[in-house]
Design a protein around this ligand. Structure first.
Ligand SMILES: [Cu+2]
Length: 390
C-alpha cells in the first residue's frame, strides 16, 4: 500500500514538473530579442553535449571500478569439483574479453561523438563505404567469437559427459518437490529401484516401486553426503513442477523436470572441513557472523534470543522460481572422506527395512492380539540361532 502511494506521488510530481517547464517555455517566447531560444542546437548546446559525452564515459569507467571493488568478492570462490576450474576458466576468459572490448569501444564511441559534435557551418562528409574496413570489423569478431564458442563447446562436452560404464561411481537420486529436496542412494547393488509418483505412500515419499528387487537396498536420506574424489552421478526427478538443482560450489546446475529423469555428474574434490579453512570462505563466514552478532545485540536488547553463529556448509539450492517458498528450498551437502562417507551410509536404514518397520508399527493397531504373541517367539529363535553359531 505504501509503495503504491509513493508511486502515485512520484507520478503526480513528474506531471507537475512537466507542466511547470511548459509554462516556463511559454514565458520565454519573444522575451529578450538577442537570446537564442530556437529548437535548433547552437554551438554552445553542441559543446555542452560533447563534454557530457565524456562525463558519461567517466561515469561508466568509475562505476565499473567501484562495482568491481565493492562487489567483486561476491563472485564464486574456490571450485570444489574436478570440472570446476575449467568452468571458471571459461568464465574468466569471457569476462576479460568483454571487459577489454567494452573499455575500448565505449571510449571510441564517446570520443568520436565529442570530436564530430555539431558546429555552425560544418557539413557532414559523405562517405559511401570502405570494403577493407568492413572486412576488418567483421572478421575480427568472427574469429574471436568462433574461438570462444569452440572452447565453450569443448568445455561443455567435457563437463556434461557422464561415463555410466565406469565401475567406481556413486549413483544418487535427487528428488525435488515443493518445497523440499530428498535424496536416495542406490545401495549395495549400485542400481536405483524404479519409481513412480503413484507409489508414494507413508515413509515411501519418493514413490519407489517396492516390488522391484533393486529397490530393497536403496537408502533414502534428508542430507546429501558425498565422498571426496569419487565420481557421483546424479539422477534428478521432480514430483510436481519444474525445479533446478543448483550446487554453486561444485559449478553444477541441472533442471529437474516432472515426468523425466535428468542427470549430471561430477567429482567432489574438497571436503566440507577443508572448505571451511579456505581463506575466502573464512572471510565470508567472519562477515556473516559480524552481521549476526550486531543483530543479536539488538535482539538481546529487546529481550529476544540471540542468533546462532554461522558455520559454512555446501548447499543444494533450487534455482527455478517454483512457488511461494522457493527461496527456502535447500539441502545441506556434506563432502567427506570415503571412509567417513561409508560409515555414514552404513548407519542409514535401507528403504526395504524402513518400509517393513513402518508396516510393522501400523500392524498392531489392526490386529493387536497375534502381534504381541508372535514377537517374543522370533526373539527366542534369533538368540538360539546366534548361540548355535557360536
Ligand atoms: Cu524448487
Amino acid at each position: 500500500m505504501t509503495s503504491l502511494l509513493i508511486i502515485i506521488v512520484l507520478v503526480l510530481l513528474g506531471i507537475a514538473i512537466w507542466q511547470l517547464t511548459k509554462i516556463f517555455d511559454l514565458t520565454q517566447v519573444g522575451a529578450a530579442s538577442g537570446s537564442d531560444n530556437s529548437e535548433v542546437a547552437n554551438d554552445r548546446d553542441n559543446n555542452v553535449n560533447g563534454y557530457l559525452m565524456f562525463a558519461f564515459l567517466g561515469f561508466i569507467y568509475v562505476f565499473t571500478i567501484i562495482g568491481l571493488a565493492k562487489w567483486g568478492h561476491l563472485a564464486l570462490g574456490t571450485p570444489a569439483s574436478e570440472h570446476g576450474p575449467q568452468y571458471d576458466n571459461l568464465m574468466t576468459i569471457s569476462m576479460v574479453l568483454i571487459f577489454v572490448v567494452q573499455t575500448i569501444t565505449q571510449f571510441l564511441l564517446h570520443y568520436f561523438a565529442f570530436k564530430y559534435r555539431g558546429k555552425e557551418g560544418k557539413v557532414a562528409f559523405y562517405y559511401a563505404d570502405n570494403d577493407k574496413l568492413e572486412f576488418i570489423w567483421t572478421i575480427i569478431p568472427v574469429i574471436v567469437l568462433a574461438g570462444l564458442i569452440l572452447y565453450g563447446l569443448y568445455a561443455w562436452t567435457n563437463i556434461m559427459f557422464v561415463d555410466e560404464d565406469k565401475d567406481d561411481t556413486l549413483i544418487v537420486e535427487v528428488y525435488a518437490k515443493q518445497f523440499n529436496w530428498e535424496v536416495r542412494y542406490s545401495g549395495e547393488d549400485g542400481v536405483l529401484g524404479k519409481a513412480n509418483v503413484r507409489y508414494i505412500e507413508g515413509v515411501n515419499t519418493l514413490g519407489v516401486d517396492m516390488g522391484d528387487p533393486n529397490a530393497q537396498d536403496d537408502i533414502q536420506a534428508s542430507e546429501l553426503h558425498l565422498p571426496k574424489g569419487k565420481q557421483v552421478i546424479f539422477k534428478f526427478r521432480s514430483q510436481d513442477v519444474l525445479h533446478s538443482a543448483y550446487m554453486p560450489h561444485f559449478r553444477a546446475q541441472m533442471n529437474v523436470v516432472p515426468g523425466m529423469v535428468t542427470q549430471f555428474s561430477f567429482v567432489p574434490t574438497i571436503t566440507t572441513e577443508e572448505m571451511r579453512l579456505d581463506p575466502m570462505i573464512m572471510d565470508k563466514v567472519a562477515n556473516i557472523n559480524r552481521i549476526r552478532s550486531e543483530k543479536s545485540a539488538a535482539l538481546v536488547a529487546d529481550g529476544k534470543e540471540a542468533l546462532a553463529p554461522y558455520t559454512f556448509d555446501y548447499l543444494l539450492l533450487c534455482n527455478k522460481i517454483c512457488g511461494a517458498s522457493h527461496y527456502n528450498m535447500q539441502m545441506k551437502i556434506v563432502v567427506e572422506d570415503e571412509a567417513d562417507f561409508n560409515k555414514w551410509l552404513g548407519g542409514q536404514k535401507t528403504l526395504g527395512a524402513a518400509v517393513k518397520e513402518s508396516q510393522a508399527s501400523e500392524a498392531p493397531a489392526e490386529t493387536p492380539a497375534p502381534a504381541t504373541e508372535e514377537q517374543p517367539e522370533t526373539v527366542v529363535v534369533d538368540t538360539a540361532a546366534v548361540a548355535a553359531v557360536h
